[in-house]
Design a protein around this ligand. Structure first.
Ligand code: NAP
Length: 207
């Protein structure tokens, strides 16, 4: 049995918001973890890019987590110019943090695509997965997909319903674009960082 249990919050965090922080805290309590490491994704293999730069997303995550001594932020993905595969990230962390059991936490909609990630079977052996589902995503469809992944790749994925994920990064970006307040959806320090650095001001709305 490993002596430490660490959660990895993987996502673009474009920007980080209170939904992410509440989920991290819930997972910390439910799974009795020692620490949660937020890892803003660097150069995701399946995406054309993010709206805010890697450095801005990293700094916003750092500001958001400052007041919690069980939350840290890692630049392991953003400092790497290559495509960031979760398999490589977890393997690197296992080398750094010996005697640690890892829990990878991210959105259920991302985890449903796990069969298309790099070496899913190997990845599922390296860490436990926690799929966080937001309101509006069909529970039955998520459960069906997760059951199929567990069966095909011989892994274990916990499903967590998170009402706080009604808050979404896309909605927050649209608010800044449209000059609408995003107050109380994200930490004040992150809101101020976005305003000061003129982030998310392009014209067209995203879906
Ligand atoms: P994303 O676009 O940021 O998030 C996908 C969905 O999950 C969004 O609905 C998002 O809500 C939510 N979400 C994001 N991070 C979350 C978290 N930690 N807890 C709960 N919900 C979260 O992220 P993504 O690009 O799909 O990637 C998610 C993670 O999977 C990243 O770490 C990425 O590197 C990894 N990934 C790896 C591979 C691979 O290895 N081949 C492929 C795909 C994804 P908000 O928009 O409100 O944040």
């Amino acid at each position: 049995m490993k002596s430490r249990k660490v959660g990895i919050m993987g996502g673009t965090f474009d920007p980080i918001h209170l939904g992410h922080l509440v989920i991290a805290n819930e997972v910390l309590n439910i799974f009795k973890l020692d620490e949660i490491i937020f890892i803003p994704s660097g150069n995701p293999p399946h995406k054309n890019g993010t709206k805010a730069s890697s450095q801005d997303r990293y700094l916003m995550a750092t500001l958001a987590t400052l007041s919690n001594n069980k939350f840290t932020v890692s630049d392991i993905e953003i400092k790497n110019p290559e495509k960031s595969y979760t398999l490589n990230t977890i393997a690197e962390l296992i080398n750094i943090y010996t005697d640690t059991e890892f829990y990878f936490i991210t959105g259920a909609d991302a985890i449903i695509n796990l069969p298309n990630w790099r070496e899913p079977e190997k990845l599922l052996k390296l860490c436990k997965f926690i799929a966080v589902s937001r309101p509006g995503i069909s529970k039955e469809i998520v459960e069906e997909n997760i059951a199929a992944i567990e069966k095909n790749f011989n892994g274990n994925i916990e499903l967590l319903q998170a009402p706080m994920l009604q808050i979404s990064s896309t909605d927050i970006r649209n608010r800044f674009k449209n000059g609408k307040s995003a107050k109380y959806l994200l930490p004040e320090s992150v809101e101020q960082y976005i305003i000061k650095n003129n982030l998310y001001l392009e014209n067209n709305n995203e879906l």
